[in-house]
Ligand binder design. Structure first.
Ligand code: T4K
Length: 383
């Protein structure tokens, strides 16, 4: 019998730098008495991230959702934006809050990213952009998407919430498209507790985004546009600076965890491990499997429930499909029959517990629960 874990095992745990280092960093903030509004920690983190991500232009925000929302605003998009239904609600909600209509495009059944071959058929005279999501850190087909955008004069924005550190042929993911958003939420490998950033190609956006994230205040005399408060504060930035120091070590550990999972799951019929394509570098953000009920003998929901019984909290990222939200029920592109791969993924995909501190024994035990479920089902079906 597979063991029940004494303590809950979650889908992830935040990467926590040594508390002594964090305390020292916060002491510096305290001593400075500058707690927010673009102080020394903010500016140091911004500079370091530009180097790490190999970009010229980067703006930080208090979370990834507001980063994306304000990024879309800065690009002055109108009408319709072609996007994926298989994502976290924040992606499409950022469109909603800009009065942009999502046009849902089905996904690729292997990568779970927007299917670039299906985009062009959805373009109308109202389309202003393509919003792709590098789901689970696996890059979209950026070359094909850019070619379509260039042909039709569209902007390309990527929700790279999961893709911090992803690369294509050694080229950082942020080099593709007009703009990429990263999330620095506590559940992300690189985190500032809550936080996010935009990287972009157009230098004119620096000033615009500075205004948008700070009430549109240009100087003590002028408010020039209607903005929001979306600033990353000094404690968040300070935590980020400490996380940055331990991030590569965490990546190495996650690589090892991934190998153990792969080794244990490889032979189980009906389980597919989502892998990164040969030429792409992983962000090591999620470890994801797809469960084919016909071959495995039990559904993704059965596996999810069985793991919970053993105190293991894998997550149905992403569920439900965004196109199934009530408020999109009038959109033709949201109809389930137009999104067969998305509808399938949302029933089959499971994000497994994944973080550097997860022990080899725990991973083996988690895989044991899945293996046992499969074997039990197989023997039942042979009776
Ligand atoms: N676009 C995409 C594609 C995204 O996935 C996201 C966020 C966004 C945009 C928006 O970015 P942000 O505005 O969030 O920066 C979590 C995260 O809150 C969310 O950031 C993330 N995607 C999403 C995929 O996962 P939940 O609702 O699953 O979080 P929660 O609280 O259930 O946490 C998951 C598990 O992590 C918990 O069971 C335990 C563990 N945990 C969590 C927190 C917050 C900890 O151990 N410690 C913690 O402090 O959304």
């Amino acid at each position: 019998m597979a063991k029940v874990f004494e303590h809950p095992i979650y889908v992830t745990r935040p990467l926590l730098p040594d508390i002594t280092d964090v305390t020292a960093r916060i002491k510096t903030v305290w001593d400075s008495k500058q707690l927010t509004n673009f102080g020394a920690q903010h500016n140091e983190l911004s500079d370091k991230l530009k180097v790490y991500l190999e970009v010229d232009h980067l703006s930080m925000f208090n979370n990834g959702t507001l980063a994306l929302l304000l990024g879309l605003k800065a690009l002055a998009l109108t009408g319709e934006v072609i996007t994926t239904p298989f994502t976290f609600p924040a992606t499409v909600q950022a469109l909603d809050w800009n009065n942009l209509t999502p046009v849902f495009c089905d996904i690729d059944p292997v990568t779970f990213n927007i299917d670039a071959d299906k985009i062009e058929a959805l373009i109308t005279e109202k389309t202003s952009a393509i919003l792709g999501v590098h789901v689970f850190g696996n890059p979209c087909d950026v070359e094909k998407i850019q070619a379509i955008a260039d042909k039709h004069g569209l902007k390309v924005i990527y929700d790279g919430a999961h893709a911090f550190g992803s690369k294509i042929n050694g080229i950082p993911i942020s080099s593709f498209g007009d703009m990429t958003m990263f999330s620095f939420h506590a559940t992300k490998l690189f985190n500032t507790i809550e936080g996010g950033a935009l990287v972009y190609q157009d230098p004119a956006l620096v000033k615009k985004l500075d205004l948008l994230r700070n009430f549109g205040i240009a100087n003590s005399e002028e408010v020039v546009l209607s903005g929001l408060n979306a600033k990353l504060n000094e404690v968040q930035a300070g935590v980020g600076l400490e996380v940055l120091k331990v991030m590569d070590e965490e990546r190495t550990k996650r690589h090892a965890v991934k190998k153990v999972y792969e080794q244990h799951l490889a032979a189980i019929e009906g389980i597919r491990v989502l892998t990164t394509l040969e030429d792409r570098a992983s962000s090591y953000q999620y470890f994801v499997i797809e469960i084919d009920e016909a071959k495995f003998g039990k559904s993704r929901d059965d596996v999810h429930r069985e793991l919970q019984k053993h105190n293991v909290f894998a997550r149905k990222y992403f569920y439900p499909l965004c196109s199934d939200f009530d408020w999109y029920s009038d959109l033709p592109s949201a109809r389930p029959e137009n999104l067969p791969n998305g509808q399938k993924a949302v029933q089959q995909v499971l994000a497994m517990p994944y973080y550097g501190a997860l022990s080899t024994d725990s991973v083996a035990a988690i895989c044991g629960i899945i293996q046992e479920l499969h074997v039990t089902q197989k023997s039942l079906s042979q009776l």
